[in-house]
Design a protein around this ligand. Structure first.
Ligand code: TXA
Ligand code: MG
Length: 335
């Protein structure tokens, strides 16, 4: 019997020796936390049910929520799929290696049933971070990896975040510093024609559409029931312990002052330079990419500081802020 919460968790900087150690663990069916360019992932070999179950166990993740499989190149991705559409080809060509996940018709027998939660599709991506690439090349295995946090909490963008969430439950974290993108991959269902956006993320919809038509179910009149749901995109998902509130920018400082009047510890996050005059406001930059890269770290920091509430100035309703707004909305949802 495995007893969770008692195993020593080692943190190793990204070196050839660390990769070698991770490969031994992964090949023997253990889990390892790895730095991808989006967020830290909790990896296990995707072809082994027992290994994959260790991911769900360590995270406390419901077994109905399927995992993304990480592979080293497009050919390895095609090996997992029954078909690879022309749109899939163009998107893979343009964005791999990188923060794009494609949902494909699954070829039977390639990954454990637990990875796909019994479904007929498989989500695949070719990651770009040097550490994850080195690991995939050395391990020669497809790696299933969700974000390396306890289920329902904020995704980790540093090795410290992983340790805070999973220490004692996993044997190893490879530390390659903060993640470049800091927000999860964009997920596109390419089993449909045209392809459908399932989760906004590090690759913007505009960038996708410059390469192949991808429809945004948030923007077209189509019943949500007709679309393959991304099971993990349940309402509350990226949530801190503190209550997060989205506030319109023009009343943000007034609202902050009001809520702090009683002496409560209230965190504040904004994209507006003028809000940074208040030095207690975490100013994350005016551009969505930079903002996304530091958002989760800011939420972790304010949560750890014991803030009861975190006020966030609501970013513009423009397409470039779509992924950030999606995460903020989920973090703010009350259930
Ligand atoms: O950037 C990322 O994608 C990170 C890094 C580690 O690669 N991973 C990540 O995994 O965000 P996770 O498990 O936190 O989110 C994966 C999402 C979930 O919402 C899950 O429901 C969805 O992908 N998903 C997985 N397989 C799917 C499938 N076959 N069809 C539809 N959605 C799927
Ligand atoms: Mg996650």
């Amino acid at each position: 019997m495995t007893s969770l919460g008692s195993m020593p968790t080692e943190v190793l900087p990204f070196t050839p020796a660390a990769i070698a150690r991770a490969v031994v663990l992964l090949q023997s069916g253990s889990v390892v936390a790895i730095p991808t360019e989006t967020v830290y992932g909790l990896a296990a070999r995707a072809d082994d049910s027992a290994a994959v179950r260790r991911i769900f166990e360590a995270k406390g993740r419901p077994s109905t929520n399927p995992l993304i499989v990480h592979v080293s190149d497009i050919d390895a991705a095609k090996a997992l799929a029954l078909e690879f559409s022309a749109a899939a080809e163009r998107l893979a060509e343009a964005f791999w290696p990188g923060p794009l996940t494609l949902v494909l018709k699954r070829r039977a027998g390639m990954v454990a049933e637990e990875v796909v939660a019994g479904g007929q599709t498989v989500a695949v991506r070719v990651p770009a971070s040097p550490a994850t690439r080195a690991l995939l090349e050395a391990a020669r295995l497809p790696l299933a990896a969700p974000s390396a946090n306890r289920s329902m909490s904020i995704s980790p963008t540093t090795a410290e975040h992983v340790v805070k969430s999973l220490a004692g439950r996993i044997p190893l974290v490879i530390d390659a510093g903060p993640c470049t993108h800091g927000i999860e991959s964009t997920i596109v269902d390419v089993t449909r024609e045209p392809a459908v956006l399932l989760r906004p993320g590090a690759v913007s919809l505009d960038a996708l559409n410059a390469v192949a038509p991808v429809v945004d179910p948030g923007a077209i009149v189509v019943s949500r029931d007709e679309l393959a749901p991304s099971p993990g995109t349940s309402q509350r998902h990226y949530a801190p312990r503190a209550t997060l509130r989205l506030i319109e920018p023009d009343v943000f400082l007034d609202e902050l002052e009001k809520r702090r009047a009683g002496g409560a510890l209230i965190g504040a996050i904004s994209f507006m330079a003028e809000h940074s005059r208040d030095t207690t406001v975490e100013f994350l930059g005016t551009e969505p990419e930079a903002y996304a890269a530091s958002l989760y770290a800011a939420l972790h920091r304010l949560d750890d500081a014991g803030c009861r509430e975190i006020l966030v100035a609501a970013p513009p309703r423009t397409s470039s802020w779509r992924a950030v707004r999606d995460r903020l909305r989920r973090a703010a949802a009350s259930e």
